[in-house]
Design a binder for this molecule. Sequence first.
Ligand code: ADP
Ligand code: MG
Length: 323
Amino acid sequence: TEMLLEDLPGVGPATAEKLREAGFNSIEAVAVASPAELGATAEIGEATAAKIINAARQAADIGGFETGDMVFERRQHIGKIKTGCIEFNEMMGGGIESQSITEIYGEFGSGKTQVAHQLAVNVQLSAEQGGLDGSVIIIDTENTFRPDRIQQMVEGKANELGIELDYEEFLKNIHVARAFNSNHQILLVDSAMDLANELKDSDKPVRLLIVDSLTAHFRAEYIGRGTLADRQQKLNKHLHGLQRFANLNNAAVLVTNQVMSKPDAFFGDPTKPIGGHILGHTATFRLYIRKSKGDKRIVKLVDSPNLPEGEAVLSVTRDGIVD
Ligand code: ADP
Ligand code: MG
């Protein structure tokens, strides 16, 4: 049976209630909180908060070890979601992998959200059709999810495969939540975990989690601050939560990220993704997408643990992502 907040040492019913009201409704949510944040929320001292957080970390097995044979067993079940573009698939060793975080970064309008929508469609297809027979959760931070775009892509896929597909069925397997700020965004990963548990034994288990955009709230909220350390720490925790989701559900995680294209960036590469090295170490696959002629986009594999760097050309059309 699942542990309740009340099961943590030092948490009585009143404290548990305050935590829940503040959105800390699971052991995991407490485990990744900071003592200052939790202390203020539950009106307890920081030292007490730190003890509660430690207990929650142990209970949630955050940072727990797996033996090599366990990792091996788990990795036998890695699935790949086709992107719609052959060159792109080949560059990725078949498609977007489950049990991994794939980051796609690029300028505004480069096609990140289009790729996200396409994967939300494709993941629902059967393995022969290039999918994982799964459903999808989208954490939408910029209000850019468009059901009518899904309809177009499903129609495109039906034409391509020469079969009938019902776009309404596809929409039913897409679970969208708006994230209003970075804290909410982090907590939604817990809600996603709950939903994935509910659907685990259904005919459409959750096999894809999209965070579009991963960094927009973080960037907006931490603008003009003297230090970015807080932001990076929170982003880091968030990414670990996402990796955990990927492992526990054998799901692919796709996060989008904007590049800093500000003219006031005197130094450094203006096409560097937000979040810098923290993201670089946590995302397993990093993709850089940029506009080319017409509807063409160039997507570059910048970083991967086991694949060579490469580039692929894709098109964004009414039917979706194609060759
Ligand atoms: P971002 O990288 O900012 O998320 P998007 O993924 O939203 O960018 O890409 C927007 C671009 O996608 C548009 O400028 C257009 O080129 C293309 N696009 C969007 N919808 C369609 C459509 N229905 N048909 C063809 N192209 C589209
Ligand atoms: Mg977008």
